[in-house]
Design a protein around this ligand. Structure first.
Ligand SMILES: *Cc1c(COP(=O)(O)O)cnc(C)c1O
Length: 214
């Protein structure tokens, strides 16, 4: 591992302060992933079904693969045997498909509901806050889904105040849902904004670039 990347990792470890690190390994080689595995990391995030399945089949079985990208319903069956959590449940139809497939293979799967909080980022996926409330309630009621919390992305801007505002709103939504449904994971924060996210109550950060590039 290059010195600069090692420094980045040590910085992240310090910043985590009890939060969970999901290392986003999309497009990274198996060798790069194994360097973090050797350091004890087990939670990795992927956003393409085929790539996740291929890596899961050749890398150690105790890796906890998280699916973090937009998930098409016709890919659910493919990834389900390999994933420990799906972070990107953004519609009722997708939630129903995951429940159906999980029941078929007799597996209980952890899920997060993806919320779209930054109204200005039109292209981003995720349920509206109102839809998210319904989705969390639905997932929490399903026998093969274990609803652990919500996932969100910060707004696409350099405006730190705006990022903080969105993360604060996400945290408020999380807290109100957590009370009702006993949630424990608020997944927010990536390479460029993870410190802000942690200061706003994130319990899981998803970091890729910063951990793989100088
Ligand atoms: C790629 C990705 C990340 C990681 O982003 P970096 O900027 O590389 O840290 C986090 N979350 C999701 C959903 C992603 O697709």
């Amino acid at each position: 591992m290059q010195l600069m990347i090692k420094r980045h990792y040590e910085q992240v470890e310090k910043d985590l302060n009890g939060a969970t690190l999901c290392i986003v390994s999309k497009k990274r080689s198996e060798q790069e992933i194994m360097e973090y595995y050797a350091l004890g990391r087990r939670v990795f995030g992927e956003n393409h079904a085929q790539e996740l399945c291929a890596k899961a089949q050749s890398l150690p079985g105790d890796i906890q693969w998280n699916f973090i990208g937009h998930l098409q319903r016709n890919k659910v069956r493919q990834i389900l045997p390999y994933v420990s959590m799906i972070q990107s449940v953004d519609s009722l139809r997708l939630a129903k498909e995951i429940e159906k497939e999980a029941a078929r293979i007799d597996k209980t799967i952890d899920v997060l509901v993806e919320v779209h909080m930054a109204a200005e980022d039109e292209e981003k996926s995720g349920a509206s806050p109102e839809e998210a409330r319904e989705l969390v309630a639905f997932c929490a009621s399903q026998p093969h889904l274990c609803c652990k919390g919500i996932m969100a992305m910060g707004p696409h801007t350099n405006d730190v105040d705006r990022i903080r505002e969105v993360f604060d709103e996400t945290h408020a939504l999380y807290q109100s849902l957590a009370k009702e449904h006993g949630l424990s994971i608020l997944s927010m924060g990536m390479s460029d904004d993870y410190r802000i996210a942690l200061s706003c109550g994130s319990t899981m950060v998803r970091i890729g670039t910063y951990l793989f590039e100088e």
